[in-house]
Ligand binder design. Structure first.
Ligand code: S3P
Length: 438
């Protein structure tokens, strides 16, 4: 459920194919971090390609509420007058972070180290998401962050605590937890180190280095020390591979498709979707690889092909964590069985993505069985029907692509939150060849 926008329904007519060359909006993870680090830097940071989705605007508004002067976004351009690591001011009201787990988890670390108190709140979905994964280790560092008894938001942060660096072994592979602790570590006495059980997105580490702040990365462990400073810089945000995913899957499953996705971030910690689609037999061509401000970028051409069901390698799970709703649609269109295991985290995203996807696929006539930590999908023929996205942006966009192969219209309800990560989705998808109304 979205706090502010009225509800929305998407209707997709079957048939169609995806073609042309498109650039999807900017990377959500990198856009969040550009506001956070730009605000804490000394000097003026200029961001281009910024994602003006509701999640990122929640982060931007939070920093404005803490006294940072930010101009934009205008056409993806944002200018941030950094206040330095110690220049944030107490917000006068609770910081409302909407649907955005990334905002809440990263800010909980950063704000637990400030000289003021604050409260972080969110919408119905965010208010049900687990926060102990951050409040636990932050407490070990000496922070005071209170959640509800269930370990959920709102988070009440008491400032003026003296933090001490820790070595933390994360029980789950989470870039949000890692980033939260590294941001707190910028202010803690001594060294803060976070070890991950499997590689997770490393945008925080890369961007800290881009701002001139030393980060020590040794295998699965990243460490920071206090006392450094961030120097303003220019950031060019690549297109979001998570948003490109819907078009990759759509083109792979819709006969006759041939689409090129331009300027997509292909950070090695994010390319699980490419690896998994290739294992399923998808025809993906990567070209024009280049480095943009410390992040690898490329164009991705996808042509329709016959997909086959696979057992998804567990080591790909954290590398494709946001891409599974779309991958399940690919699995529904593949020949044979697809099995996912080791993906329990999907149950605590913006919705329970295992259950909500299984329910939607069953509604469309696919044999899909949710398991505790994954799903088993038998490829088959997609029928028509009405699917509830449960206010989850990625579920709504994934089922939109299913419409390409459905036997009749697919109606998707509760789609307003597509605005959190992909403003302009309906228009861009229609331009690429999907018969969608929303
Ligand atoms: C994100 C990390 C991931 C991902 C989320 C964005 C980030 O969450 O699902 O959409 O920007 O750090 P976890 O790290 O909790 O898996």
């Amino acid at each position: 459920m979205s706090h502010s926008s009225p509800n929305k329904t998407f209707t997709i007519q079957p048939g169609g194919q995806l073609s042309g060359a498109i650039r999807v909006p900017g990377d959500k993870s990198i856009s969040h971090r550009s506001i956070m680090l730009g605000s804490l830097a000394e000097g003026t940071t200029q961001v281009s390609g910024f994602l003006s989705g509701e999640d990122n605007l929640a982060t931007l508004n939070a920093f404005r509420a803490m006294g940072v002067v930010i101009d934009g976004p205008h056409d993806g351009k944002v200018t941030i007058q950094g206040v330095g690591l110690h220049g944030l001011k107490a917000p006068t009201e609770p910081l409302y972070l909407g649907n955005s787990g990334t905002s809440m988890r990263l800010l909980s670390g950063l704000l637990s180290a400030q000289a003021f108190d604050c409260v972080l709140t969110g919408d119905a979905s965010l208010s049900g998401r687990p926060m102990r994964r951050v409040t636990g280790p932050l407490a070990t560092m000496g922070a005071r962050v209170e959640s509800t008894e269930a370990g959920t938001p709102p988070l009440k942060i008491t400032g003026k605590q003296k933090l001490t660096g820790i070595q933390y072994d994360m029980p789950v592979a989470s870039a949000q937890v890692k980033s939260c602790l590294l941001l707190a570590g910028l202010y803690a006495e001594g060294k803060t180190c976070v070890s991950e059980p499997a590689p997770t997105r490393d945008h925080t580490e890369r961007m800290l280095k881009g701002f001139g702040y030393p980060v020590e990365v040794n295998g699965a462990t990243a460490c920071v020390q206090p006392g450094g400073k961030l120097s303003a810089c220019k950031i060019d945000v690549p297109a979001d591979i998570s948003s490109a995913t819907f078009f990759m899957v759509g083109a792979a499953i819709a006969p006759g498709s041939d689409i090129t996705l331009q300027h997509v971030g292909i950070n090695p910690t994010r390319i699980g979707v490419i690896n998994i689609l290739r294992l399923m037999g998808a025809d993906l061509e990567i070209s024009n690889e280049r480095d943009i401000g410390g992040e690898p970028v490329a164009d991705i051409r996808v042509r329709a092909s016959k997909l086959k069901g696979i057992r998804i390698p567990e080591d790909q799970v954290p590398l494709a964590i946001d891409e599974f709703p779309a991958l399940f649609v690919a699995a529904a269109c593949a020949e044979g069985e697809t099995v996912l295991t080791g993906a329990k985290e999907l149950r605590v995203k913006e919705s329970d993505r295992i259950q909500v996807m299984a329910d939607g696929l069953v509604t469309l006539g696919i044999d899909a069985n949710a398991t505790e930590d994954g799903i088993i999908i038998q490829g088959g023929a997609l029928g028509s029907g009405t699917v509830d996205s449960h206010g989850d942006h990625r579920i709504a966009m994934s089922f939109s692509m299913a419409g390409l192969r459905a036997a009749g219209p697919v109606v998707i309800t509760d789609c307003a939150n597509v605005e959190t990560s992909f403003p302009g989705f309906v228009e861009l998808a229609a331009r690429a060849g999907l018969s969608i109304r929303g």
